[in-house]
Design a protein around this ligand. Structure first.
Ligand SMILES: [Zn+2]
Ligand SMILES: [Zn+2]
Length: 348
């Protein structure tokens, strides 16, 4: 089979590999569509502490079941499925509490196991018990089902801030994840959604898709605090999502949120210096909550796929490029330049 193998920073090679052999507790998927994740762009540019090269990346994918191990139940050859890359143990303290995203033994397809930037990907049967293998209705394109992972991350974020009717939400960062936050926040009833971003081009893309009520360019639209006050009755948003990895953004979130408000740190920060410079007195005297969101759970993945299937989240609207697997490097370059939102790799 053809596989795109990650050998190190900015080094992905197309190779011929053997189709994976499956054991009794595994099944094999012929990949039909895979998306490049923002986190993989980070891996491509800076490496990843847990990934041992050479490794096949690719964790946002969908495809057809082509082979099933003898112990596998509840799955048939020929079925169309999307699988979440996170594989929690299912029985530790965190899993028992419903926080499978925080599982002590969590494994990931594309980190611990080879991923889907190859014609075939082998999947642990455990995904069926966990509920992280979702069957795709006939009328839904594979490329839409492949977006369950980015959607579910935003969904966890919006559940963690309990987005609801009447909220005014500022989202700092207008990449695909910031845009998905806006879509989920809208679905949950938020009244005022403000998307802010450094460069204007991403805001224009969001505007074309009508994702927010207001768009603010941090480079050229003046003072963010003044702006958000103006559009939220003089108080500022009651919730802020920091959907980018900039420490300045986290600081800004604390400065512009309304009293009693909440700032969610949705993304990780540079690992060589993750320490934040937040105004402790603003947090204290304004009674702010600084919280976070990381990963997602099987329940949320099923819900994310359902929202995609029902068209409540318009996943297809985020797809800006489609490329054959052979041209994966071009896909990463398009992500790097900021030109692409979601790049879909196609397979014969
Ligand atoms: Zn992802
Ligand atoms: Zn666990």
């Amino acid at each position: 089979m053809k596989a795109a193998v990650f050998y190190g920073i900015e080094d992905i090679r197309i190779e011929e590999r053997e189709i994976p052999h499956i054991g009794p507790d595994e099944y094999l998927i012929k990949v039909k569509a895979a998306a490049i994740c923002g986190s993989e762009l980070r891996t491509y540019l800076h490496g990843h502490a847990k990934i041992k090269e050479p490794q096949i990346l690719g964790h946002e994918f969908a495809g057809e079941v082509v082979e099933i191990g003898e112990n596998i139940r509840g799955l048939t050859v020929g079925e169309r499925v999307s699988v979440h890359p996170g594989i929690p143990c299912g029985h530790c303290y965190y899993c028992d509490q419903g926080y499978q995203n925080l599982c002590e033994e969590r494994k990931n397809i594309s980190i611990h196991y080879p991923g889907a930037f190859a014609e075939y990907v082998k999947i642990p049967g455990k995904t069926l018990e966990l509920g992280t293998c979702v069957k795709i209705p006939e009328n839904i394109p594979y490329e839409v089902a492949a977006l369950g992972d980015p959607v579910v991350s935003a969904l966890n974020g919006e559940e963690m801030i309990d987005a609801r009717l009447g909220d005014s939400i500022l989202i700092l960062g207008c990449g695909p994840i910031g845009m998905l936050h806006a879509m989920v926040a809208r679905l949950k009833g938020a009244s005022t959604i403000i998307l802010a971003n450094r460069s204007r081009n991403r805001l224009e893309l969001a505007k074309e898709r009508n994702l927010a009520d207001y768009y603010f360019c941090l480079e050229s639209d003046g003072d963010l605090k003044e702006f958000v006050k103006k559009v939220t009755g003089g108080r500022g948003p009651n919730k802020v999502v920091v959907a980018n990895t900039s420490k300045a953004s986290a600081k800004q979130g604390v400065e512009v949120v309304a009293k009693g408000g909440l700032v969610q740190l949705f993304a990780g920060f540079p690992k060589d210096n993750p320490f934040l410079d937040l105004d402790g007195n603003l947090i204290h005297y304004n009674q702010l909550t600084v919280s976070s969101s990381y990963g997602s759970t099987p329940r949320q993945f099923q819900l994310a796929e359902k929202l995609l299937f029902e068209g409540k989240i318009d996943g297809a609207s985020l797809i800006t490029h489609r490329l054959p697997l052979d041209e994966i490097n071009k896909g990463f370059e398009l992500m790097k330049s900021g030109e692409a939102l979601k790049v879909i790799l196609t397979y014969e």
